[in-house]
Structures are given as C-alpha cells and as structure tokens.
Design a protein around this ligand. Structure first.
Ligand code: ACO
Length: 402
C-alpha cells in the first residue's frame, strides 16, 4: 500500500494574513455535510437467465460466485442518468441549481473526452456558476470525488458541490466474454455537499493505488491509444484477472478501512453502517469479516444491480437512506476499489437530517425495449474476433507496464 494519501482533519489554522500583532483571529473549522442525495436507476432488468441466452453461463454459477441475480441496462445516456440524479439530490437538499459551485462527475464511461460530462450536467441543471470536472479513478471515482469536493469545501474554494457516481458500462462491455459480461450493470446517483461548522460529512479518507497491479484490469479499446487501429468504437477486449483482482480488492479495501478507522480512533463497534463497493458478495463478506463487522451492518445492492463501478456506493447510500438505515448522527464506512487498482475508504459522520427536504419531479423517458433487446443491439455492432481484434490485442504505445 505504498504511496497512499491521507486526508485527515487537521487543526484549524488561521491564514497568515489574519495573524497580526498580539491578536490572531481563527477561522472556525469548516466541514462538508451531505445534505442531499438522489439516484436514477434505468428500469430495464437483465437477468442471469437473459445472459445465458447468448453466453455459456448459468444463473447458478453467477449467483454462487458473485451474489448477483440481475443488473440494469440503460436506454439513455450516462449524462441523462446523472442529470436526474443531480436534480433529485438538489431537491433533497433544498438547494437551487443556480447556487451550485462545483459539479464532480465520477465515472469511467464518459460520453466524450471533450467536452467533459460535468459541463453537460452543469448546462442541463442551469448551474451556471458551477465549476465542472470529470474524475476517473474507475470504480472509486465517486469516493475520490467525495474526498476532493470535501477538501475543496473545507479549504474554502467552494461552499457546496454536487458529486455524481455514474456508469454506462453496457455500451462498451465485451458481451462475448462471460468472465466479465455477467458482472457489471448501469446506474447513477448523486449527493450534495454543503459547508457547515458542525463536524459532519467526510471526517476521514484513505486513498491509494496499487499501481503495480494495474495490468490485472484493463479495458482495451477505449481511449486515444486505440486511434488509427481499425477498432470499432464500443468494441472492447478486457484484460481481467478475476482472482488477482479479488485478492487485491479484499486487501486494498480492508487495509484502507482499518487505517482510516485507526487514524480516527474508531473501532468496528462505532461503525453503524458499511456502504461498500459492490463488485462481488464474497469480496464484501471478506472485507466485513476482516474489519470485524457483522453483515447486518452492511448495505447490499449487488444482488439486484451487480457492479455499477463508480455508481455502486452512491446508489447503495441513497437506498440505505430510503430504507431508514442511516440514523441521525450515525457513522458510516465507505470502502471501495477499482481499476488502477485504486482503493479508498471513507468515514462519514451523518448529520441530523435523514429525510429529504424536497422531491424532484424529473423522470426518465419511458423505456420501450427489454434489457436483452438492448444488449443484443450492442452485440450486433461489436465485432469479437473480427476487424477490431488486431488493434485491440497490440499494446497501446507508451504504456509503462506492457
Ligand atoms: N459462467 C460460467 N463459468 C464461468 C464464468 C461464467 N460467467 N466466468 C468464468 N467461468 C469459468 C472460468 O472459465 C473457470 O473455468 P475453468 O476452471 O474451466 O478454467 C471457472 O469458471 C472458475 O473461474 P474462477 O476464476 O475460479 O472463478 P472465481 O470463483 O474466481 O470467480 C470472479 C470469478 C467472479 C470473476 C471472481 O474472481 C471475482 O469476483 N473477481 C473480482 C472481480 C471484480 O472485483 N471485478 C471488479 C473489478 S474493479 C471494478 O469494480 C471495475
């Protein structure tokens, strides 16, 4: 775990320009409360049996190895899912979009590299004052984004932020590869952060990256390195060493969770709810066991949504709030990992309010196709083993790890 970064509450220090003579004025410590939350799940459900219509797999294999029964396939773009999530989170917080100061779009499935996706969300929300940035650390993008936005609020750069975790993996999944195609799904959720003097919100983060293992998970075919190689957009080949990722995930999540708890003098008994990344039920069980936390303190969505990469933690958080599992003043542990292999564990002290101030009336357009029909459409433009194959199998120039 070399190279890990720590974001730990320090003591409030007055900026130098406010220190004068014998009098010094200390600015009160600022925190970033989570005041709004909202998810937007696409309605079309892809079951394990749907997958076995075109892959050599079974419901039994997928359930016992991963804990997944179904996942969602989106009929709209990731930006549309994000915009509705953000509207819902802002209504929940009672914050006018015009007053938003920062939008963080956490994702590894952006619509385009330029312009970024956060700017599209900004335009759709009418959040004209907001800075807008995309952040990609794969499945930990939301957790890295939450840490970044919290730090920006605590240092006075902005007073509030919308942090989104969104993924549209169905569009670039290699649907011919059963070892990855059964694991992932689409979804989105957002939270609103607002400056406060109360010591709530993200109170500690441990972030890191096990970069020597970065080659265990690579999606070949997305990124400029594949330009000029006759690669069809949306056609990918996944380097995916499931067993190695499994071990690294348990290690990265467990170690970062233990460290963030130790740094804040917190024990497993103090944690009220764990909201983990949901890549595999067995990974979650191993992390909970290592942390000494019973599974009834763990929020699970993996059975219904599979692995939605950066959307898993915020969607699970929103559902935990909807189900009344987040209590006023409760302490939450948010551990995650993703491609890179990045890892993160955050401690969140919840505020007093666990119910929305308002409800948005924004909804998705109706979906007229089944999930399987949409996947079959994507499969039709993919070209496994065909034109794209040579371009996908040669290494991208300049990669440092072969
Ligand atoms: N259906 C049926 N058989 C399958 C399937 C499938 N969908 N996928 C693989 N198999 C086969 C394999 O080919 C292998 O067959 P073989 O023994 O004849 O070679 C056999 O099943 C067993 O495969 P294992 O790799 O031993 O299965 P394992 O129990 O390790 O489970 C899994 C595989 C689910 C991928 C697991 O390793 C895992 O969850 N890894 C971590 C995945 C993960 O975290 N992904 C997210 C990455 S980061 C992010 O979130 C973006």
């Amino acid at each position: 775990m070399a190279g890990a970064l720590r974001f730990v509450n320090g003591r409030a220090r007055a900026p130098p320009w406010r220190l004068g003579g014998s009098r010094c004025t200390f600015r009160p410590m600022t925190y970033a409360a989570i005041t709004g939350w909202g998810a937007c799940m696409p309605p079309a459900v892809l079951t394990n049996d749907d997958l076995s219509t075109f892959l050599e797999t079974t419901d039994e294999w997928i359930r016992t190895r991963t804990g997944m029964r179904e996942r969602r396939v989106s009929h709209v773009s990731g930006m549309e899912l994000s915009i509705i999530s953000a509207h819902r989170a802002l209504a929940c917080a009672g914050l006018d979009p015009a007053d938003v100061e920062l939008i963080v779009y956490g994702s590894c499935s952006n619509e385009e590299a330029v312009p970024n996706s956060a700017s599209g969300v900004q335009a759709a929300l009418g959040a004209t004052r907001a800075a807008a940035m995309d952040l990609n650390t794969a499945c930990t993008s939301f957790l890295y984004g939450l840490t970044t936005a919290t730090a920006m609020i605590k240092t006075g750069v902005v007073k509030n932020a919308v942090v989104i975790g969104v993924e549209l993996i169905s569009k670039y999944m290699d649907w011919s590869d059963r070892s990855v195609a059964v694991l992932f799904g689409d979804g989105a959720a957002a939270v609103v952060l607002q400056a406060t003097d109360a010591p709530i919100g993200v109170i500690g983060s441990v972030l890191g990256c096990d970069a020597l293992s970065r080659r265990t998970l690579r999606v070949r075919g997305i990124g400029v390195g594949y330009a000029g190689r006759n690669v069809t957009i949306g056609d990918t080949k996944w380097d995916f060493d499931g067993q190695a990722i499994f071990k690294r995930a348990v290690h990265g999540m467990s170690e970062s969770a233990a460290r963030v708890m130790a740094e804040h003098g917190v024990t497993a008994a103090d944690v009220d709810l764990v909201v983990p990344h949901q890549a595999n039920l067995r990974i979650i069980e191993a992390v909970a066991k290592y942390a000494g936390l019973p599974m009834d303190k763990v929020m699970l969505t993996v059975e219904r949504y599979g692995n939605m990469s950066s959307a898993t933690v915020p969607v699970a958080l929103v559902e935990a709030l909807d189900e009344g599992r987040v209590k006023p003043g409760g302490l939450l542990l948010l551990p995650g990992f993703g491609g890179g292999l990045t890892y993160a564990s955050l401690l969140v002290r919840w505020g007093d309010r666990v119910t929305p101030l308002g409800v948005s009336d924004k909804v998705l357009p109706p979906c007229t196709r089944t999930a399987l029909e949409m996947v079959n459409e994507i499969r039709a433009y993919q070209d496994p083993g065909g034109r794209s194959a040579p371009g996908l199998s040669t290494l991208v120039a300049g990669t440092c790890d072969g």
